[in-house]
Design a protein around this ligand. Structure first.
Ligand code: WQD
Length: 341
């Protein structure tokens, strides 16, 4: 029996693939490399010393998904595949709804057809929107303000409805807070296409001299120093959360959402200073106006993950910053074609 990982060549998918291989699972990865690179597959094999089955296609191709389910003996699905840039989703709603919703519907249909009853879905803290008080708990109402966020909300609702109709079905929607850092080997990490949208890869590229300085989006929020506060979580902790969630689905039924966060918020300036201290670098920055769509403060109540998944984050902020810098230094161009090592 194998675990199907869609988007398994991506940032979080590849770290999770390593965790599953190390735990002794057989895995099948489907990826179209729209936000990843073939070299990641070799890196996963290098790190684990294990092999796995891989298919390259986009999940909007329902026929190809059915062929994979017919050929492979799939026990559960971890669904990462999807576009994830908030700003881009506002400009390209059809692309986002097609790629994120048609794809997951195709996967769910194939699961139903082949009696695969366990799925872990890559959701996001973005579903907590603007109006919930911190710390965010899973029982709070969910909403969205952009097609990327709505694709997460709609998929969580679909999973809840399928679980109501299918007593043997088990779905766990993992609501990620802010994933950062990289595997200790420095062989895999976050490799944004073009200029990074997210804070940590942007800081890393400033430290590497690829970008001139960091623009801090607003310092007039009602926070410790006026800059935005988020719950940053080491991607290796996040990957372990998927392994624990998989074990949960193999012993339970029903539909649940679970926060994967540390429960600790840090401001942008605190992240800048932590990165500088951990890596003995200087990050020049300017203060710019707020970014549209940003909330002031967001961090998790991680109680449910501890109770149900027997999981909690263990990596420190220093380890998050040091591993991000180790990856950046080892891979100055990420996984891009002109990659040097
Ligand atoms: C963090 C903080 C910014 C960049 C988004 C998605 C979420 C998930 C993670 C996909 C904020 C500030 C950032 C910069 C800055 N995406 N910032 N200058 O917005 O919390 O979450 O990415 O899974 O779903 O919503 O993350 O890293 O973009 O921003 O000042 O150049 O850093 O204002 O306060 P965010 P982020």
């Amino acid at each position: 029996m194998s675990i199907l990982i869609t988007g398994g060549a991506g940032y979080i998918g590849s770290h999770t693939a390593i965790k599953l291989l190390e735990a002794g699972y057989d895995i099948v990865i489907i990826d179209d490399f729209s936000n990843s690179h073939p070299i990641v597959l070799d890196r996963i094999r290098e790190i684990t010393g294990k092999d796995f089955t891989f298919y390259e296609f986009n999940l909007c191709n329902a026929q190809k998904i059915e062929q994979v389910f017919a050929k492979e003996s799939i026990e559960a699905v971890i669904h990462f595949a999807g576009f994830k840039a908030v700003g881009e989703s506002v400009k390209q709603p059809i692309t986002y709804y097609q790629n994120n919703l048609i794809a997951v519907l195709n996967v769910l249909h194939a699961m139903h057809q082949f009696h695969v009853n366990r799925i872990i879905f890559s959701s996001s803290a973005t579903v907590y929107g603007y109006d919930n008080p911190v710390p965010f708990t899973e029982e709070m109402p969910i909403s969205a303000t952009n097609p990327y966020g709505y694709s997460k909300v709609f998929t969580e609702i679909m999973l809840a409805d399928i679980a109501k109709a299918s007593p043997d079905f088990c779905a766990v929607s993992l609501r990620y807070f802010n994933p950062v850092g990289a595997h200790a080997s420095g062989k895999i990490g976050e490799s944004p296409v073009g200029t990074p949208n997210n804070l940590m890869p942007y800081i890393s590229q400033v430290a590497a001299g690829k970008l001139d300085h960091l623009a801090i989006f607003g310092n007039d929020y009602d926070t410790i120093d006026g800059t935005g506060v988020r719950d940053y979580i080491h991607v290796v902790d996040l990957a372990r959360g998927h392994l624990n969630a998989l074990n949960y689905t193999l012993q339970h039924t029903g539909n649940i959402a679970i926060n994967l966060g540390t429960g600790q918020g840090y401001s942008v300036l605190e992240m800048v200073h932590a990165f500088e201290k951990a890596n003995h670098v200087t990050i020049p920055y300017t203060i710019q106006p707020r970014r549209a769509g940003d909330i002031a403060t967001g961090y998790a109540d991680p109680t449910k993950a501890k109770q149900l998944l027997h999981w909690e984050a263990t990596h420190t902020l220093e380890e998050m910053c040091a591993s991000a810098w180790h990856w950046q230094k080892n891979n100055p161009n990420g996984y891009s074609e002109n990659h040097t090592n």
